[in-house]
Design a protein around this ligand. Structure first.
Ligand SMILES: Cc1cc2nc3c(=O)[nH]c(=O)nc-3n(C[C@H](O)[C@H](O)[C@H](O)COP(=O)(O)OP(=O)(O)OC[C@H]3O[C@@H](n4cnc5c(N)ncnc54)[C@H](O)[C@@H]3O)c2cc1C
Length: 504
């Protein structure tokens, strides 16, 4: 291993790689806790992912400016883009008032966040190698600068566009090349590979220009309003569906593309095999656009510490603490945290990332300072009001439904030790909650098992609070608060459904 200079001067407790929303959010919390750290970012600004994506510039994360409430904590439930900070004095709505904001404004916001909080970000520092050097990680940048730390947090996102293994894929346009100027597609036949939000967003933008638009991928798509996963097809991108179901010359196909070849007319022949009956057809298109998703990069790790991957190599494989399963001391933050609750809640989006990253910061601080996870003690009399306060306001247990808990642990003197924002897997696997007695609060879409209780809930289930009681590690009772059609959770007396009695 070659050391380019005396790396002792560049030694930190933590190195964060990447200054996207996750890297910035983590740096904010580490700075608050006086943890020495640095953020290495390859681009010349923070949030650079959003300078390219989405190419049509319209974010699918909600920015609800008018909520009728002036409580900053509560308002975070309807603000999917702002990062967490004390006093919430820097919010995306100061940069953009649209319900679906413009991605350039998000970039401006993220850079202001980094600047205002004086986060230690070094721009134009692309990490080219991460190695182990004794008990430390040694991180080298493309400029041959070297940095050393006990822990590394990789917050480099999933910005690597997938290129499917299809003969002739080089003839396809990349999703990143698309823009709101669709004049080049006037009167053309266009095939879009993929059926996620990027494919539908691209199809929507082409409606005004193309003659035919076909979408193809092997399987059907899921609606976010059915699965509650914000990465599934969002209604903001569903304009194209109308044109398919109302027979406006567009199609949605289930099948695999085998090859793409340039024909004698200079257009493209595309062979596709349909999923339903394995039928093979060759269709002609003027253009093909590749919208088949993204994965993590992680090409800069030394062979000896290459992190294990999962889910077809798309994401790093993680422990309950978001630590690599095979590289101790290497953690992941941001969209790369999603292995632990894949497609189950809001983890890959900023409104999930910010709360997961706050929880990660507590885990890291507790490891570095050898302290327990933060908690506060409350009396048995305070338990119900404490739970109600969180039901009314908390954005973390709300967005990370089923995967983020508030934990109220019995103490010997009949009081409770209250831990906010404990990831489900930390609760289930962590030693601290072994043989747990007490209560947890979470939000859930799942309606109760009990026949009589089920009747009180809507058939599909709306997001609602659930309190579970544990004794010696076993679940002994569970109550679901009734659904609030306004999702405001103000009048809890009316919705209580036995929670007060359970906690008293
Ligand atoms: C097409 C698309 C649209 C999306 N739209 C939304 C949306 O509207 N709202 C939303 O909340 N989420 C959206 N997402 C999810 C989005 O990716 C995440 O919310 C967000 O970008 C994740 O933040 P992050 O910090 O984990 O990663 P990123 O934002 O990707 O940040 C990673 C950072 O790491 C840097 N980096 C990478 N490699 C290196 C290296 N070797 N050395 C140094 N720095 C490096 C990058 O330059 C980048 O700045 C979208 C995703 C896709 C694919």
């Amino acid at each position: 291993m070659k050391l380019y200079k005396d790396y002792a001067v560049n030694t930190f407790e933590i190195i964060i790689i990447g200054a996207g929303p996750a890297g910035l959010q983590l740096s904010y919390f580490l700075k608050q806790a006086n943890i020495s750290h640095i953020v290495l970012e390859r681009a010349d600004c923070a949030g650079s992912f959003f300078t390219t994506y989405p190419p049509h510039k319209k974010l699918i994360s909600i920015n609800k400016v008018n909520t009728g409430f002036d409580d900053d904590d509560k308002n975070l439930r309807w603000d999917w883009n702002s990062l967490l900070s004390k006093g919430h004095n820097l919010l995306l709505k100061q940069f953009d008032q649209s319900y679906y904001p413009n991605s350039d404004n998000l970039v401006a916001y993220l850079n202001q966040f980094a600047q205002q909080h004086q986060l230690p970000v070094l721009y134009q520092c692309a990490v080219s190698m991460v190695e182990r050097h004794q008990e430390q990680f040694l991180v080298t940048t493309a400029q041959q600068e070297q940095y050393c730390a006990r822990l590394v947090v990789d917050a480099t996102g999933t910005g690597k566009a997938n290129v499917p293994d299809i003969e002739g894929i080089e003839h396809a346009h990349a999703y990143a090349e698309m823009s709101n100027d669709v004049s080049a597609f006037k009167n053309k036949r266009v095939l879009i590979l993929g059926k996620g939000n990027s494919a539908f967003e691209t199809a929507d933008s082409l409606l005004q220009s193309a003659a035919n638009i076909h979408l193809i991928s092997p399987n059907d798509f899921n609606f976010a309003w059915v699965t509650h996963y914000p990465g599934h097809l969002r209604s903001v991108n569903q304009g194209f569906l109308d044109t398919f179901f109302l027979k406006q010359q567009n199609a949605i196909l289930n099948g695999k593309v085998k090859w793409i070849r340039v024909n004698d007319k200079g257009t493209l022949d595309v062979e596709m095999m349909f999923s339903e009956d394995n039928d093979i057809e060759v269709n002609q298109y003027d253009a093909v656009v590749n919208c088949t998703g993204f994965s993590c990069e992680l090409s800069y790790y030394d062979k000896a510490i290459t992190p294990n991957r999962c889910l077809h190599g798309k994401f790093p494989e993680l422990t309950e603490n978001w630590e690599s399963t095979n590289v101790p001391g290497l953690y992941f933050a941001g969209t790369n945290m999603q292995y632990n609750d894949y497609k189950k809640s809001s983890t890959p989006f900023i409104h999930g990332i910010r709360h997961n990253v706050e929880a990660l910061s507590q885990i890291l601080i507790s490891k570095l300072r050898n302290t327990p996870l933060p908690s506060s003690k409350i009396s048995a009399q305070q338990l119900y009001s404490s739970v109600c306060e969180r039901i009314r306001k908390s954005a973390s247990v709300w967005f990370l439904f089923g995967n983020m808990y508030d934990v109220y642990q019995n103490t010997d003197d009949g009081a409770y030790q209250c831990f906010k924002d404990i990831p489900r897997l930390v609760f289930e696997r962590g030693e601290q909650f072994n043989q747990f007695s007490g209560y947890i609060l979470m939000f859930s879409y799942a309606i109760p098992q009990d026949e009589n209780e089920r009747k009180k809930f809507s058939q599909h289930g709306f997001l609602h609070p659930v309190v579970r009681q544990y004794a010696q590690g076993e679940i002994v009772a569970e109550r679901h608060m009734l659904e609030d059609i306004y999702s405001e959770w103000e009048n809890l007396e009316r919705l209580d459904n036995g929670i007060r009695a359970m906690l008293s």
